[in-house]
Design a protein around this ligand. Structure first.
Ligand SMILES: *Cc1c(COP(=O)(O)O)cnc(C)c1O
Length: 381
């Protein structure tokens, strides 16, 4: 059966990217590699609308986040972590693990942090050296108001605004310079249409100034060294050459589609998915949903993983269930990266058949497609 990957990551990889990565391996200390790397840097600057390129690291998104902690903070620093999902909780745990004074700004799963909550936290902890936010929390499907929070931290010269943009970059408009972000982390296997294995980190002048004072141990992720190498189109250590060749192609594809077109496609698919789920009588989990995925409550009458397994058995679709406190309660459909309108029609068409097969009868066949189609039609020019 045709493999259909609509997970919240990894996401499908276009054929031309796969072909690029399967080329004869080249050595990285060469002009050839440097030309490819330089093109990648230009593409990334275009995507983020920044004057400087993010650093490209050979690790997953978590590794890039760890690099951020090691390089921009110091022992005992107070760090405010906005939670509300699994990834945000990871950053809280990681901060504590590195000897930081990690303070949680608690947000219930499924909800977005409010500006007043952040304002209060910044007022209570004037010594805070960083505020961490996951722009698009993939475990819950929530989009947090990173734009408004960047406008707040801008007025706190000692506090870096650190953003996990793993399912934000390449999905919706997130431009660190414009949005007052100091450290932005992302990875290859979500919005960038690549396999897992590359981590990215962009930092502001304010963050690089802080890096000079940082006293946490670092070696592989010594970003000052890495920055020096990457400025010269090289890398500090052996890079993931094949993935970087794929990155060059993925960025070309993105450029030919255009930033605005990419963002409006994701918004259209997300709106269509929400309308489709509601038309089936299903309840959406996220109060303020991201464009990257849609999180939906499973009907209580069904076994916890029935939908996930049913979709896999019926049409070889891979979606995802819930994580931790939401395990067995929600399911999540990814629609980021190399995903289009037909993928969305396909997954909801299959979901209808699976739901009926499982005995869930709260809709008539075709209802989700009827709700999604007018939204998808808007994208047909
Ligand atoms: C996928 C993801 C990560 C990073 O996970 P890795 O498995 O380390 O790449 C971090 N944050 C969010 C929001 C994610 O979706």
């Amino acid at each position: 059966m045709k493999y259909r990957l609509l997970a919240p990551g990894p996401t499908p990889v276009p054929d031309s990217v796969l072909r690029e990565m399967s080329q004869t391996l080249i050595h990285h200390r060469t002009d050839h590699f440097e030309r490819i790397f330089s093109e990648c840097k230009d593409g990334l600057k275009w995507l983020l609308e920044t004057r400087t390129a993010p650093l490209v690291l050979s690790c997953s998104g978590t590794g890039a986040f760890e690099a951020g902690i090691e390089n921009f903070l110091s022992q005992g620093d107070t760090i405010l972590c906005i939670t509300g999902g699994k990834f945000a909780e990871n950053w809280l745990k990681m901060s504590a693990c590195f000897g930081l004074n990690a303070v949680e700004i608690l947000v219930p799963w499924g909800k977005a942090v409010t500006e007043s909550q952040v304002k209060a936290a910044l007022a209570s902890y004037p010594e805070a050296k960083a505020l961490v936010l996951v722009a698009s929390e993939t475990s819950t499907g929530v989009r947090h108001p990173f734009e408004a929070i960047g406008a707040l931290t801008k007025n706190h010269p000692d506090c870096l605004f650190v953003v996990d943009g793993v399912t934000a970059v390449g999905v919706f408009d997130i431009a660190p310079e414009r949005h007052n972000i100091d450290v932005l982390v992302f990875g290859s296997q979500k919005g960038l249409m690549l396999p897992p294995g590359l981590g990215f980190i962009w930092a502001s002048e304010k963050a690089w100034a802080r890096a000079r004072e940082s006293n946490l141990p670092k070696f592989y992720f010594d970003l000052a060294k890495e920055k020096k190498a990457q400025t010269a189109n090289q890398t500090g250590h052996t890079p993931a050459v094949s993935l970087i060749m794929g990155l060059k192609e993925a960025l070309l594809i993105m450029k030919s589609e255009g930033r605005e077109a990419i963002f409006s496609r994701h918004l259209r698919l997300a709106k269509a998915a929400r309308a489709a789920a509601s038309a089936l009588g299903l309840e959406l989990f996220a109060e303020s949903p991201t464009e990257a995925i849609t999180s939906i409550y499973s009907p209580k009458s069904l076994e916890p993983d029935a939908i996930y397994q049913g979709l896999m058995k019926f049409a070889n679709f891979t979606i995802a269930g819930g994580q931790e406190q939401m395990a067995g309660k929600i399911f999540r459909i990814g629609h980021m990266g190399y995903v289009d309108d037909i993928d969305l029609i396909g997954v909801f068409g299959a979901l209808e058949i699976v739901l009926k097969k499982l005995g869930y009868e709260k809709f008539s066949m075709g209802a989700s497609i009827a709700a999604a189609s007018p939204i998808l039609k808007e994208g047909f020019r």
